[in-house]
Design a protein around this ligand. Sequence first.
Ligand SMILES: [Zn+2]
Length: 70
Amino acid sequence: MQAIEQLCSNLNAGKENNMTKWECPCGYVYDPEEGDTENGISAGTAFEDLPEDWVCPKCGAQKDFFEPVD
Ligand SMILES: [Zn+2]
């Protein structure tokens, strides 16, 4: 059990780096853990760190339209 708790705390520590998911009005969800590799965004890129000209790969909406997901 202790090993699992240790693993969990390590995972949580890694999530401090703004791994919040963001949802587009069209339903697309940007997951920082996956990034948007088809558009040159590597996995682990926080939404805040996306380039200003990044748009939703599904509908083309700008970042301003996205809402954070709990
Ligand atoms: Zn969209």
